[in-house]
Structure formats: C-alpha cells, structure tokens
Design a protein. Sequence first.
Lengths: 251, 433, 336
Amino acid sequence: MANDTAFHPQNDDKMTEPFLIGDSMTGGYGKGPDILHDCTISVNRGEIAVIVGPNGAGKSTAMKAVFGMLDVRGGAVRLDGDDITALTPQQRVVQGMGFVPQTSNIFTSLTVEENLEMGAFIRRDDFRGTMAQVYDLFPILKEKRLQAAGELSGGQRQQVAVGRALMTQPKVLMLDEPTAGVSPIVMDELFDRIIEVARTGIPILMVEQNARQALEIADKGYVLVQGRNAHTGTGKELLADSEVRRSFLGG
Amino acid sequence: MNTSVRNTALFAFVGLLILGTGIVQGWNSALLILNMGLISAIMSLGVNLQWGFAGLFNVGVMGFVALGGLAAVLVSMPPVTEAWAAGGLRVIAGLLLGAATIAAAIYARSHMTGRTRSIALLAILIGGFFLFRAVFDGGVSAVEAINPASTGYLGGLGLPILFSWPVGGLLAAGAAWIIGKTALGLRSDYLAIATLGIAEIIIALLKNEDWLARGVKNVIGLPRPVPREIDLQRDAGFVERAASLGLDPVIASTLYTKIGYAILFSIVLIILLWLAQKALNSPWGRMMRAIRDNEVAAEAMGKNVKARHLQIFILGSAICGIAGAMMTTLDGQLTPGSYQPLRFTFLVWVMVIVGGSGNNFGAVLGGLLIWWLWVQVEPLGRGLMELVTSGMADGSSLKKSLLDSAAYMRLFTMGVILLVVLRFSPRGLIPER
Amino acid sequence: MDLLNSLIVLTNFVLVPALAYGAQLAIGALGVTLIYGILRFSNFAHGDTMAFSTTITILFTWWFQSIGANFGPLPTALLALPFGIAITALLMLGTDRIVYRFYRQQKAKPVILVIVSMGVMFVMNGLVRFIIGVGDQNFADGERFIFTVREFRDWSGLEEGFGIRTTQAITVITAVIVVALLFWFLNKTRTGKSMRAFSDNEDLALLSGINPERVVMVTWLIVAALTTIAGVLYGLDKSFKPFTYFQLLLPIFAAAIVGGLGSPLGAIAGGFVIAFSEVTITYAWKKVLVYALPDGLEPSGLAQLMSTDYKFAVSFVILIIVLLFRPTGLFKGQSV
Ligand SMILES: Nc1ncnc2c1ncn2[C@@H]1O[C@H](COP(=O)(O)OP(=O)(O)OP(=O)(O)O)[C@@H](O)[C@H]1O
Ligand SMILES: [Mg+2]
C-alpha cells in the first residue's frame, strides 16, 4: 500500500511535505518541565506511521501535542501544508483530524450508538451512512449498539473508540495504543481493521506498544526515547536495524 | 511594605474600628463587639485548622458550637435532685441501653457473616430500640414532670462554669469523631453534607430533649466567671473607686464585667493561637499541608491520610466547642432557638476566607473584622434605607418594607464580600506563607 | 383485625403524603445531581435558589390574583410558574456569568466551587428575605381537595377514609411530566446526549467538538426549571418559608447521594427513599396498628418511632448508611 496516493490527487507544492506533521516540537504540560525535545513525527498521505518507544518516552505527549492538547513552546504542527499550531483541539477536529486517546477514550455510560453519535457531533449532515460503514468495519458494535459502552470488553471498547473517531470522516486518524489491553488474537483482528481503514485512504498515525507487529505494517516508524527522535525510518528499516532490535524489540 | 508591618497595620486597623465604635457608639457596644469578636476569632481558628491546614470542608460549625453551649449548662447548673430521684437513673439506664445496642450491633457486624449476620443485626437493632424506648421514655417523662416551669430537666454538675470550656471541647470532639469516622476519606463535599446534617440534628436534640437542657424553654441564669453587675453596684468599695474615676457605678460595673470577659477570652485565644502556631510549624503541621497539597503523593509515601484528617478534624471541632461554651458563658443562657446556620457556620467561613485560609493570624483577624462588620452592617443598612426613604410619605408600605429589609442587608453583604474575596484575593488578607 | 381500614389509614397518612413529598425531593435532587454531573460541584445554594424562584412565582401569583386572573380549580401559582422559571433562569445564567464561569476557566478544585456556592447562598438568602421577608406565605388557592376523607367514607361506607389534596395530585402529575420530559431530553435529543457525554468524560466531549459553555448554559436553564418547579410544588403542598427551604438542602442532598450523585434516575429513587423513610419513621402508627393487629394486641402508646422534630435525622442516618456501605449510591453515581 506504500505510496498509494490514488485517493488524493497529487498537488505539487503540498506533496513536498507529509500530510500531517508535528515538526520539531518542544514542550510539556502546563508550567512543568519540557517532555518533548525537538521531536518530529509525521504521516504521509495513504500511509501508516507508527511511534514506538519505552514507557514514559513521551509518545502520548507527542500525540497530544500534535492534537493541540498542550502548548508547544517550539516547533509547529501542519496539516496538509497549513500551519495549525494555534488551533484548539476542537478546531482541529473540524479541520479533519480524528484522535483516539490512550485512556478514557469512550463515554462509558452512553450506549455504543450514542458514542458514535457523539463522535459525529460537529456534523450537521446526515451521518447514518458513516455509522453504517463503522458497523460494517466493526460488526460486533452493531450487535451491541444499544448496550452501554462501559459494559463492553476491552477490545470492543477500543473498537468503539476508533469508531467514534471515524464518525467525523476524518482526513487523518491518530490512534494512541489502540491495542492496549487486548488479547493477541483480538490484536491481530484490530490491526487488520486498522489496515482496512488505511486502505480507504485515511492516513494513520499511531502509537504502539507491540512494536514488532506494528512496524511490520508501518510505512514509517519512529522510535522515541525521552522525548527525542532516537530512530526514524521505514518500518522494514527499523525492524532490520540491530540497535533498534536489541533495545526495543527484545533481540 | 513587608509582611509583618502590613499584618500589624491590619490588626491595628481592626483595633481602630473597635475603638472608633467605642467613641461613637459607646464603650459598652465596643466591648460587646470585642467579646463576640474574640469568640469568633477562636471559632475561625478552629475552622482554619481544618480548612487551611488540611483542606477539610466542615459546614457543621453551628453544631459543635451548640455542643459547647450544652456543656456550659451541664457543667455549671446545679443538679435538680428531685428530677434525679424521679427518673434520672432511668434516663441514664436508657441511654446506656441505647449505647449497648449500638455496640452489640457493631460487634455482631464484625464477628458474624452471611445471613445470620443480617438477621442478628436486625434483631439487635429492633429489639434494642424498643428496649431503649421502654426504659428511656418513662424516665424522661418523670424528669420533665418535675417543676416544668423552672426546671423539668436533670440540671448540671454545679461546678464552676470555666470547667465547661474544656468539656465543651470534649463533647464537640466526640461528635467530630463519629462524623469523621464515616465521612472522611470520601469526596470532600460528602464531609460537608454530613457535617451540615449533624449540625441540624444537634440543634434538633437541644430543642426537643427537655430533660437534657430544657429545650426551647431555655436555661437562663448560668453562673458567671466574673462578678455580676448588681453585686458590684452593691459593693461600697467598687462604687467608691468608680466615683474616684468619675464614673457612674452602673456604667462602671457593666464595663468592669465586660472587660473581665474580654481578658478571659483573650487568654484562651492567645493560648490556642500559640498552640496553633506551634502545630503549624511542627513536622506534623508540615505533613498536614503536604497532604492537603497532594493527597495522592502523600498516600503513596505511606502517610495514613485518613487518620491524619480525623485528627485535625477532631481538633478543629473541639476548638469550635470551646468557643461555643465560652459564648454561652458570655450570654449567661442557652437558647437553642437562636442557633442559625448562616450566623454560626457560614459566617465563620467568611471569617476564615477573608482573613486568609491557612494562616492562623489571618483567621483571628478575619474573626474580629467580620464580626465587627456583621454587627455594623445592620445600623449602616438602616441608615442607608432611612436616607433612601426619607422622601417617602410616612406610613407608606414601601417605606416600611424597605426599612424592614435593612436587617437582611448583612446576609447579602456577607455573600458579596465572600464572593469578591474569593475572586480577587483568594488567599485572604493575611495569606498563608 | 381489619386490614382494609388499616390500609386506608396508611394511604391517607403515609402513602399519599410521602408520594407527594418524594416527588418534590426528587425534582430538587435532580437539580443538584445535574449540576454535580455537569459542573462537578455540590451546589449549596440550591435550597436558597429554590426559595428565590418560589418567591418570584409567589409575586406573580399575587399579581395574577390582584388582576383577577385564575386557573379555575387549579392554583394560580401554576400560571405564574413559567414566569418564575424565566426569571430564575436569568438569575442563574447571570450568576454563572459573573461568578462560576471564572472558576470553571481556572479549573478550580470542586471544593472551591462549593465555597463559592456558599457565597451565592448568602446573597440569595439576603435577596429572598429582602423581597418577601422571613415569614410563612401560603399562596395556594383554587380547589383544596380532589376528594376529602369524608367524601371517600360516604362513598365507600368504610369506617376510615383517605383524601387527596389538589396540591398532592398536581405534585405527582407534574413530577411525572417533568421526569418524562427530562429523560426524553437527555436520552433522545442531540443536546441532551451531549450533556450526558460531557458529564461522563469531559475531555473526550471536548475532543468530539461539544461546546462546554453551551452544555453549561443548557444545564442552568434546566436546573432553573427544576428548582422553580420543586420549590413551588413544595410551597403549594406545605407552605413557603425561606428558612425551611434552606433546610431542605439536607434531604435533597441525601436523596441525590443515596441515588448516586450525577445519576438522574438515582435522584428520583433517592427522593422517594428519603421521603418514605422520613414519613414512616416519624408517623404515629397507632391507628394503623389498631386496625391491623388482632384484638388485645393494640399498642398502648402512639407507636411513633421518632418525633417529627427529628425528621432531618432520618435523611441523615440514611445518608450515613449509604456513605458507609455504598458511597457511589444505589445507581452508581460518579462519586468517591
Ligand atoms: N498530564 C500530564 N501532566 C504532567 N506530566 C505528564 C502528564 N502526562 C504524562 N506526563 C509525563 O510525561 C512523560 C511522558 O509521558 P507519556 O504519557 O507521553 O509517555 P508514553 O510514551 O505515552 O508512555 P506509555 O507507553 O506508558 O503510554 C512522563 O514522564 C509522564 O510523567
Ligand atoms: Mg502513552
């Protein structure tokens, strides 16, 4: 699927740069110390980019920075060539970004269907078609659509979370550890679904704890360590890199 | 301006307010304000201990103050021997039975399991309740039948009323222990609601349990820790000394007793303030504030947050109880009907917030200042209303209702002051260092 | 033994009054629980806001009465209700604008907001007394009874009877309508769902593009309607006295906590739990028992568990039991 740009007509000056990029971001939470140091992450059109790294490396922080949930002191965020550094998260949603946070990423007391509806909150048009697509992608959700999302299993919740983010028909999807806390079988299943989403032309920027598997499906990979870019390359390059293998993939 | 100069200036300002009151409205009024101001300062010291040191939100101050008032009666009034003879022991036996029931229920709860436990608990509680009522009710009616117009209660221990001050603290501490045990460790608003409830219940008890302190029939004529005015006026030596100062003996005697109270109250305030300062700067105080600022971290460091909170909650409530006993001593009577939550609970909160939560001196300053305001807003409001209505025809209903409503100006004013301080100077007049 | 008469006495003195009182508490607790769920603090000004909204409604009622407008057999206050709601809504939005919003933007701790609500309570307290004084106001008019005890007795030929006051019937019917509307709103409309979403997970709601200020505004509007309705129904059923409304804070909070703070369904359940406990525990059961028990076993005393002066103790004890054994309440609120 690499460089599959069929969904997005090429545009010369915009093709020089990734679709979404957090460029040399430096910053932290509130008045606290900097967590990110000159950190760059990006995803190209039609690709999957994966961020891996040890716990506490700042992966989630980098995602939040890209989504405008914390103020970056240095660097910029650009979407499709436009500088969006100053936009609030809500405005970024309107601009076409979808985000699934690592934790509390569903409305537990709302039903599955209501979760999806809330995902589409900013849309004023008829979103039933999108909902049908999400149900096609995650059939189990259709079955459980009237059940409270908090009563679902971990893997099902992650599907709700991804489905919620898809409801705005985002132009780019950001997933923070979508496979956290799910069994290996469900994980494979989820990866397949994510690839399926990517195939529809939505670029995906995701953080993954299961580095090996994630890098296998990644067009581009980032290894973050202590808020800095430690290694960057295509998924295959990183998998082949002996140092990356030794430090992050367990040999 | 450095802080100690500033703080001294603030205290001097309050002193001037009181002095000014003395010059304009007479020394009697000034001393009245000072005395209640000192008591208010003690209450706000207690609340500051809980809120400023530990972030505990107690809105049951009134209840603890009323328990102090009860202590004043129970310690100082002479025992009513006929009442004791008629039903005193039965009342006590009833209360013991009640306590035994609760103890048995708690024992059963911790030593049994499953369905037998539920059945046993239910049996103990229901059986205990009826047993308690059977014994207790008879005793109560016997006690209340004894000379109801003047006694109709068990009386007290007949000890000097000064003893009631620490006893008031103990009673309040006991109540605080019960509340703290249940509501601490939960959300902060739960403690607030639980304390709000216990205060209402304590007042209901005082109003309705006539055998205890005559209920709404009030206990009047409590013994006093300072000489009575009448006795002073009859004392030839005192009259002579007053005359030598150029004072009328009646005025001299009222001033003398009020100054006596002021001295006693100041001593208590200074002792408590000193202790509170010691506590604030001790390792214990530092730990308290550390817990307040980051409960999670403190818990992670192995601090028993709930036990520490219980400690400080009890201490703060006990101080309110002491202040309550002092207040009843000053009034010379216990009138349960006069306890109003706005006056006794929420006003104390205004004192703490305005004075500066977390700072003992701030709490004392707030107590004195807000009390002065509370007393003065009413005449000020009335003056204002008189000015506003001066053009209206006498006897017009609008004029009358406007004049009447001046009394409520102070609630409004206090609310506005609280909101303004919270918004623009949330750390208060004398901020925590 | 005469179970039928016993049941009728019970209906007259326990079931009907408790049902009406429970409905009033439930609507009051719904207001508390909504504020808690959306704005995340316990609003201590709730009782006094109820007093304020009732005061306004009473003023309109008096005005309507003076110009001769009435609602037939129903109390004129029902006509005045929308006006009371409107003015209360304005007051609440104004209060939010000049008081609460600042702390929301500061992301102040909930307990600070509780203290702020205490300041608002003082102001409301002064305002209400300023407008209407401290005394009792009875503003119920129209038909007093739907049917009286005597009418029931004549009709049924039984020894005992029970009556239903108009205000009791209105209370229960209004409560049913209000609750149905509220639940329809919360569960079926886009705005209602966004309120629930906001209450459930504020950050995610923001990420979904839900506008918090709008959610807060709608909440205040609903709460204004709920407080006014609760206050007016209580005032019609009993009587209006500012201090009583302050005291209602305790049973209302108890109801909201027993049900689970933040849970609307819980608030309703809690309201009835508190009301029924309060009434049954402070009711003198003698008359019921005289009918219900076999001859010779009748109680000698009043068979009253607790004097009515201690009705607050009932809410309080239930509250404590819930805090001890199930701090999240019956319906799993957001708390602890
Ligand atoms: N809300 C926050 N406020 C302050 N510091 C935070 C916050 N969230 C995270 N941090 C800090 O930022 C650093 C990076 O955290 P982050 O959550 O980005 O790591 P991560 O790479 O996502 O780890 P994990 O694999 O465990 O999810 C950590 O040191 C953490 O303590
Ligand atoms: Mg993370």
